[in-house]
Write a protein that binds this ligand. Structure first.
Ligand SMILES: [Zn+2]
Length: 58
């Protein structure tokens, strides 16, 4: 095992550009398909959006 980013693996989220785990949430918005979050990387300034989907396990 050669993972050196334990904090990121906890959340499973890294900057898609520079793989930094230092992300800032700019906006959280619930939508029909899940929770949309706009994020910005603290390291390189790259902005991107994630969608958190809710699954009904029944
Ligand atoms: Zn970045």
């Amino acid at each position: 095992m050669n993972f050196h980013q334990p904090a990121a693996s906890l959340h499973g989220l890294l900057c898609p550009k520079c793989q930094s785990p230092d992300l800032r949430t700019l906006e959280t918005r619930p939508t029909a398909s899940g929770v949309k979050r706009r994020r910005q990387c603290e390291t390189c300034g790259h902005r991107f959006t994630t969608v958190e989907k809710v699954r009904d396990d029944r």
